[in-house]
Design a protein. Structure first.
Ligand SMILES: Nc1ncnc2c1ncn2[C@@H]1O[C@H](COP(=O)(O)OS(=O)(=O)O)[C@@H](OP(=O)(O)O)[C@H]1O
Length: 401
């Protein structure tokens, strides 16, 4: 009897142990397999070659991480180059040219407006998408979408770039990013999708524009813009480099109370003999040096030079030239401007943002400090040969003193 009980207990226990082992095995195997599946699917999501496996539409929806972007003039084994293509119907595709993998990002995001889950969201523009204005456009069969810029205001800092942007965006066929995006100089690694997400919504026929004045002087930018779109139109506002340097200094001094005098910074050793060409406000004024870099990538016909002086004296004239250059009907004319004697600058009767007369903000049109005449004369002398070279290169005599 005792032996029978003992035997029963033993077989119950063995059964229980066997059951426990089976359950553990099933659990371990299930966990392992599901991890394996997740890992495989992640690998596919990250792998650039998934373009060969999925359709373009599927790619549009699933791409959240842009490919790393690298310039293509090194001899590395595989170079990844971002290229924008305005008319590719494919949302994203990959092609291999020799050793280069070319990542094509469409200029337009018309296919994936709603699927862009990029971190760099832009609340006002998102709001605009849902606004009655855009709803109305959709009802008319028009589909607002974000595009990479067709036109860039690339500089020059403190020459009137804000005025130019505010004036040209009065045109109904021009839409511009409100703030300086600094994509090509500071945020390039974020990729073209990020950049496009910072652009305003446009409808068919509208030009997308952005202005970042530091593009003109940043050495990597010409090649990067060219890689995005070799047909990009470039607007460059230029102003007498001496006044520009003083304006640049005035801006810096407005942020730093103990700033040295202009004369102490613009020259080496306190005398006016040697100009400090390493000092930013002086260096930027050597326009010919920077222009050379742009002309390596763009023909002169793709660049339009706007006189900063004339933009103040006769804004309608300069904006007329800009509209012609961009192939736009001349809609912005004298009737949009008035001269505000208190401000000492042209102002607008109304703009996209406001329907009442207004001028540019307080940071535009500042009073400059008094600078010694001898210092100004010396700087003029310094810039003269560079200015002449710039006149030759552009075919325009800006007649700076
Ligand atoms: N209409 C109008 N209103 C006000 N200011 C005008 C205008 N047109 C051109 N300017 C000149 O623009 C200068 C500022 O240039 P930017 O806009 O290029 O500056 S920035 O680089 O964006 O900081 C600014 O320089 P400062 O005078 O030194 O402030 C102005 O001279």
């Amino acid at each position: 009897m005792f032996v029978m009980n003992w035997f029963n207990n033993l077989s119950n226990r063995s059964l229980a142990i066997t059951l426990l082992i089976c359950i553990s095995l099933i659990y371990v195997s299930y966990t392992f397999n599901s991890c394996l599946l997740t890992s495989i699917s992640r690998t596919f999501q990250k792998n650039p070659f998934r373009g060969l496996l999925f359709s373009d539409d599927e790619l549009t929806v699933t791409t959240a991480t842009p490919l790393p972007t690298k310039l293509d003039n090194s001899n590395d084994s595989v170079n990844v180059v971002s290229v924008a293509s305005k008319h590719t119907s494919a949302a994203l595709s990959l092609r291999i040219h020799g050793s280069s993998v070319v990542h094509i990002v469409p200029l337009s995001d018309s296919n994936n407006n709603t699927n862009n889950n990029n971190n760099a969201s832009n609340p006002p523009q998102e709001a605009a998408d849902g606004s009655p204005k855009y709803r109305f456009l959709r009802q008319q069969g028009l589909h607002p979408s974000r595009h990479l810029p067709d036109t860039l205001i690339i500089g020059v800092k403190k020459s009137g770039t804000r005025a130019l942007l505010e004036f040209i965006r009065l045109h109904p066929d021009v839409r511009a990013a409100g703030c300086e995006v600094h994509f090509f100089d500071r945020h390039y690694q974020r990729g073209l999708r990020w950049y496009r997400h910072h652009m305003p919504y446009t409808i068919e026929g509208q030009i997308t524009m952005e202005k970042t004045p530091s593009y003109f002087v940043t050495k990597e930018v010409p090649q990067r813009v060219h890689q995005m779109n070799a047909a990009t139109k470039l607007l460059i506002v230029v102003r007498d480099p001496v006044t520009r340097a003083i304006s640049d200094y005035t801006q810096a001094a407005s942020k730093k109370s103990d700033m040295k005098r202009f004369e102490d910074l613009a020259f080496v050793n306190g005398s006016f003999a040697v100009v400090d060409t390493a000092w930013g406000p002086v260096k930027i004024g050597v326009y010919s040096r920077y222009l050379e870099k742009w002309l390596k990538y763009f023909p002169l016909s793709q660049l339009l030079f706007i006189s900063g002086e004339r933009l103040i004296m006769d804004p309608a004239y300069e904006i007329g030239r800009v509209q012609d250059f961009l192939g736009l009907k001349r809609v912005v004319t004298e009737k949009h401007f008035y001269f505000n004697a208190t401000k000492g600058f042209p102002c607008l009767f109304k703009s996209e943002a406001r329907s009442t007369p207004h001028c540019l903000g307080k940071t535009k049109g500042r009073n400059h400090p008094h600078i010694e005449e001898a210092a100004i004369e010396r700087l003029r002398e310094f810039y003269r040969p560079f200015n002449n070279k710039f006149y030759q290169m552009t075919g325009i005599n800006f007649a700076w003193p």
